[in-house]
Design a protein around this ligand. Structure first.
Ligand code: NHW
Ligand code: MG
Length: 388
């Protein structure tokens, strides 16, 4: 398959797969900032660029509205991600974020927002190198403007604005195959509310399965089992950071989190991100950590339900409690908080609990790096990075 745009970009190409003469690392060197294009790329005449002020309630609502009606749907167009304003506030304003990386396109005459793309800064370790990167997400073009090659212009513009901050690499994910994934991961789903999931068509009753057997199969206890399991608090930030840094070290690609990052990304925020620790009842040391973020989907065209409440496994570290037990406790918490489904990628050590905790397979999520070549693709278990 030809990729007219992606073939022109500094990414590992399909023809490079297996070519061991190519070195690992950056594909193109940085250029002096004075040589970075100073003006935005050209848009078709009816449209104009805007920098979206995510601090403004009104802009955030506009972006939410665009995404709610035009962002990612499943293969069968039954569900569409429904990012909340609180979620966007969290996702787009990590430490050191750049306003200029929150990019919208609107119709000049009506001012209607019709496209969006965003980047946030992150330090990502690739094997032994910590690389300053942008994480690119929320690329969205209004349904009526699809297939007009607007996406490549959006990508070039965000690249230019990232370059202006002297950053030359990026990480992103997609459900589609582009040149070329660093890892191909799979989502797994753990039913919490099987009856609703069947009603809305998220899953089906298998052969020889009845609703009552299904309900019994997925039933969870009311309270968690691990002594010392509790919600993470502000004073846990140093201990959690240490735990995470030690743990993430074993993966080939992983974020290089410091305390500020942990505070932002992992301290509980109502309806956005939830984190729990295990504090040893004897030593009061934090021995284990787990977290999930909250990303509902709109249910398209169902009479009875309009929202699917989904929790997504984020970062989990088990040093004392078995990971299986820790994750079972997270399922219990998510169930108690009324989530319908708990999702996890097969990254890190997630494979060790996915089958036993009754997750079923779902869609793929492909991970990519921009302007950074890895010699071989990584197994999901070698990946220590979760992108929203
Ligand atoms: S993935 C979510 C993407 N969004 C959606 O799926 C929402 C629904 N779909 C749409 O809004 C998470 C449109 O279909 C979009 C494409 C906008 C996706 N990534 O305008 P054209 C992210 O946000 C290529 C990258 O005609 P369209 C991560 C496609 O292969 N490229 O298509 C975003 C083709 O190029 P090719 C994608 O359907 C990462 C070209 O776009 C893509 O109207 C971005 C066609 O453009 C995707 N998901 O609009 C990259 N989908 O070469 C960041 C399609 O094959 C890179 N394409 O001809 C790093 C930048 C920063 C670097 C800093 C150093
Ligand atoms: Mg287009």
């Amino acid at each position: 398959m030809r990729h007219k745009f992606w073939e022109t970009q500094p990414v590992k190409q399909f023809k490079d797969i297996g070519d061991i003469s190519l070195p690992e690392g950056p594909i193109e060197p940085p250029i002096p900032l004075s040589e970075v294009k100073q003006e935005p790329y050209n848009l078709p005449n009816l449209y104009e660029w805007i920098t979206c002020d995510i601090d403004s309630e009104e802009t955030r609502a506009e972006v939410c509205n665009l995404l709610t009606h035009n962002y990612i749907e499943d293969d069968k167009n039954m569900f569409r991600f429904d990012y909340s304003k609180e979620f966007l506030h969290w996702a787009l304003r990590p430490p050191g974020y750049c306003k200029s990386w929150h990019i919208g396109v609107r119709v000049k005459s009506s001012k209607k927002l019709v496209a969006f793309i965003a980047g946030v800064p992150a330090r990502i370790r690739v094997r032994d190198n910590v690389v300053a990167m942008a994480e690119i997400n929320f690329l969205c073009v209004h349904k009526k403007l699809r297939s007009k090659r607007l996406a490549p212009v959006m990508i070039k513009e965000v690249t230019r604005r990232v370059h202006l901050e002297n950053i030359w690499q990026a990480a992103y994910t997609a459900g589609v195959v582009l040149p070329t994934p660093i890892s191909s991961c799979l989502y797994w789903h753990r039913s919490l509310n099987p009856k609703k999931l069947i009603d809305v068509g998220f899953c089906r009753l298998g052969a020889r399965m009845t609703m009552s057997r299904m309900t019994k199969l997925y039933k969870l206890p009311d309270s968690t089992g691990t002594p010392g399991f509790r919600q993470m608090e502000l004073h846990d930030v140093p201990a959690v950071t240490q735990l995470l840094r030690n743990y993430l070290n074993q993966f080939e690609v992983a974020p290089d989190f410091d305390e500020n990052d942990v505070k932002h990304w992992l301290l509980p925020t109502e309806n956005v991100v939830d984190s729990y620790v295990v504090e040893s009842p004897e030593s009061h040391k934090i021995t284990d950590f787990c977290s999930f973020y909250s990303l509902p989907s709109s249910i398209l065209g169902n009479q009875k339900y309009s929202i699917l409440k989904a929790a997504y496994s984020f970062y989990n570290v088990a040093t004392k409690t078995p990971l299986l037990q820790l994750m079972n406790d997270v399922l219990i918490v998510a169930n108690r908080k009324d989530y319908d489904v708990f999702n996890a990628l097969d990254v890190m050590q997630n494979e060790t609990f996915i089958k036993e905790l009754k997750f079923g397979p779902g869609d793929g999520k492909l991970y990519y790096l921009y302007n950074y070549r890895l010699r071989d693709t990584l197994k999901p278990m070698e990946l220590g990075l979760v992108l929203l």
